[in-house]
Write a protein that binds this ligand. Structure first.
Ligand SMILES: Cc1cc2nc3c(=O)[nH]c(=O)nc-3n(C[C@H](O)[C@H](O)[C@H](O)COP(=O)(O)OP(=O)(O)OC[C@H]3O[C@@H](n4cnc5c(N)ncnc54)[C@H](O)[C@@H]3O)c2cc1C
Ligand SMILES: NC(=O)c1ccc[n+]([C@@H]2O[C@H](COP(=O)([O-])OP(=O)(O)OC[C@H]3O[C@@H](n4cnc5c(N)ncnc54)[C@H](OP(=O)(O)O)[C@@H]3O)[C@@H](O)[C@H]2O)c1
Length: 272
């Protein structure tokens, strides 16, 4: 065992590959983590000595040998089950961690940071808000999976509308689970949308980038959502360009970013 792998404190118990580049990883820490709040994240780490998957693009920034490569990942599991952590990960072809992480299989070990981080959580939503809009591109869905799992056992007092944008329908991870949630949970609407329709001609659902829904008249007429920062909180997660574009659309409506010192109604988690 080398100096890096001595830091490993968790084991992979399952890996579900949705596509070669998109997977769900279930990880059991050696010592159960404390309970976390849905929307929070932890660091995952593995050794730079592990090989990258063949066929990936050259590393954006070459990793030195004998290093622990650490990156942040949102927890997709429900916070009340901290003994088994779940992550939803896409492979970034020129990345350092993900072309190595994708090679892990059940029984392989890794490092999970012991600090649970982040304020991208529903406990920051003011009590007088009745609606929460959750929007994600790609694996930016992970925090909302955790929120919906918690909502299923201990309901939050909000109406939820969840927009998920992916390139193709097979990249709409967790869609079956979320569809079920939207059927049996009161006041949950799930709207998945795909953008590469030519590659997926069988898809009959919503199409186009999720940005389109943030035109206030569409929200009001189609979904009966009032984009008013005094009663509707908006959460955006994933691609930083999407977050910037939607933020620019919401600003004229009075939305400002949530920070711990200035609690606005726009909550963002940029993945890169
Ligand atoms: C709070 C937080 C939570 C996160 N949660 C998740 C999660 O649940 N699932 C998940 O898959 N990722 C998540 N990320 C992103 C994750 O931390 C890594 O950045 C990502 O997995 C790429 O790591 P890498 O080492 O392979 O690539 P890096 O070596 O870090 O990056 C290589 C290049 O790709 C760019 N890049 C990084 N990520 C992406 C991306 N997703 N798409 C396109 N380009 C990218 C970088 O800017 C850089 O130019 C989260 C990030 C943050 C800050
Ligand atoms: N090949 C695969 O199976 C696969 C699967 C997952 C991830 N990946 C790779 O993993 C990385 C990250 O993947 P990802 O799933 O996070 O992202 P992604 O696959 O690149 O995109 C996810 C969704 O976000 C949309 N999007 C992009 N920019 C946007 C914007 N400014 N506003 C609104 N929507 C926007 C995309 O639409 P557009 O299609 O219009 O860009 C797509 O519908 C990428 O490098 C990707 O290539 C590959």
């Amino acid at each position: 065992m080398d100096a890096v792998s001595e830091k490993y404190n968790a084991v992979v118990v399952a890996k579900v590959s949705l596509t070669p580049d998109l997977f769900i990883l279930k990880v059991k820490p050696d010592k159960a983590m404390p309970e976390f709040i849905p929307g929070q994240y932890v660091l995952l780490g593995i050794s730079s000595n592990l090989p990258r998957r063949p066929g990936c693009a050259p590393e954006f920034k070459e990793s030195k040998a004998d290093r622990l490569i650490l990156r942040a990942y949102s927890l997709a599991s429900a916070g009340h089950e901290p003994g088994l952590l779940e992550f939803y990960v896409s492979v970034v072809s020129n990345g350092s961690l993900t072309p190595r992480l994708v090679n892990l299989n059940p029984g392989d070990r890794l490092m999970v940071g012991d600090k649970i981080r982040g304020f991208f959580t529903l406990d920051t939503v003011p009590k007088e808000h009745d609606t929460v809009v959750l929007a994600a591109t790609g694996t930016g869905l992970a925090p909302y999976v955790s929120m919906m799992r918690r909502h299923a056992v201990k309901p939050y007092p909000f109406r939820f509308v969840l927009f998920h944008g992916a390139a193709r329908s097979w990249e709409l991870g967790y869609s079956e689970e979320l569809r079920c949630h939207s059927r049996y949970l009161p006041r949950v609407t799930y709207l998945p949308s795909i953008t590469r329709t030519k590659e997926d001609p069988w898809w009959t659902g919503e199409t186009g980038r999720i940005t389109q829904y943030f035109q206030s008249h569409l929200m009001r007429d189609r979904l009966e959502i009032d984009l008013d920062p005094a009663r509707t909180s908006v959460f955006l997660c994933g691609n930083p360009e999407m977050i910037h574009e939607v933020g620019t659309m919401l600003e004229p409506l009075g939305y400002s970013a949530y920070t711990t010192s200035q609690p606005g109604s726009l909550h963002t988690e940029e993945y890169w």
